[in-house]
Design a protein around this ligand. Sequence first.
Ligand SMILES: Cc1cc2nc3c(=O)[nH]c(=O)nc-3n(C[C@H](O)[C@H](O)[C@H](O)COP(=O)(O)OP(=O)(O)OC[C@H]3O[C@@H](n4cnc5c(N)ncnc54)[C@H](O)[C@@H]3O)c2cc1C
Length: 381
Amino acid sequence: MPADLRLLDDDERSLVGLVREFCDREARPQSHDFESKEQDPAPLYRQLAELGITGIPFPEEHGGAGQSYSTYLLVIEELAHAYLSLAIGLSVHTLCAFAVNQFGTDAQKKEVLARLTTGEWFGAYSLSEPGSGSDAAALSTKAARSNGGYSLNGGKVFCTRGAEADVVLMMARTGPEGARGITAFLLEKATPGFNGAKKEDKMGWRSSPTWSLTLDDVEVPDSRRLGDEGIGFKIALASLDSGRLGIAACGIGLAQAALDATLAFTTDREQFGRPVAANEGVQFMLADMATGIEAGRRLYRHAARLRDAGEDYSLQAAQAKLFCTDVAMKVTTDAVQLHGGYGYITEYPVERFMREAKGLQIVEGTNQIQRYVIGRRLTGA
Ligand SMILES: Cc1cc2nc3c(=O)[nH]c(=O)nc-3n(C[C@H](O)[C@H](O)[C@H](O)COP(=O)(O)OP(=O)(O)OC[C@H]3O[C@@H](n4cnc5c(N)ncnc54)[C@H](O)[C@@H]3O)c2cc1C
């Protein structure tokens, strides 16, 4: 039972139809192979660019499709339903493009954003460091003034597609300790001294490469500083507000895939002379799974509508990320349970879905940190 398309407008419905066809023809059939080989699906990213879905929510004058963020999230949900790692890659790419669109100069929009929206370039986002994860403002990678630009030194961790991306939104310290000492840079792939040092071996998202990056005397010109010195943390957090909605949509797409697989399995599998799904105890579990998914879908789409209307949506983005990824964890766990022993073997997709859901509860602010964001917004503390 895929996402309900009835209330979409014609443009949205045809875009979702296009993506659904791509998912059925290319993404889903190839996902298992890329995941088992732990290989970045570069050819599929190129196809996303050819389909024109690498710049959906960005202005047409900069190569984007000029559509709403709500429309973009429909696409993310569809992709995640077929192949989570691919959806994650597009979500991170969009997070990087968002920052350039929101905070970039006209020249940066022409040189960087236009390449990102058209898919000539793919983007990544690098905030986390060995000593600063949830406490991201404690980062220590340094950007010192040098040769009319900056020289960056330090190390980053957990950068999704950090070595595959053509440009990385990189946060580094130009000033004193704390959030106000951080500046954002647009670091291009081939820049000398900038390297992918280690690719992590992960529980899930195995075809979404996660990198430790090293920066040794990396020269970055002024023209690649994004925003003023000292506003890098503001850029990082604004990008995360936006990106969290992508992660929420990923959670719902993944959970829907788990529910669909479980409905098919429990209808087909017979025990005690009838389909497993004929038991009330099983139907109650399926009912909770479907209801959680639908509630999460409404939550992230509501936050996206606020964003599209130019309203503050930070609280709702954190709620959507928290709720939708917790739903994904619960639904995928129940999907494994309802497959019995078959849920535990790799021949069936649900064990992979369960491993993938765990990652969604951790990235772009753990779900504990989302509760801080929500609590602070509610109380003003
Ligand atoms: C697959 C993957 C991809 C990622 N991709 C990226 C990326 O592209 N770019 C990027 O910058 N980062 C990325 N990350 C990093 C991710 O955002 C961090 O892992 C996450 O923010 C948590 O930071 P940490 O791992 O250092 O955990 P820590 O901050 O050390 O937290 C450890 C535990 O303590 C809890 N905790 C910490 N502080 C508090 C507190 N005050 N109150 C209650 N609980 C607390 C956390 O919730 C967590 O459960 C990725 C991570 C993974 C696993």
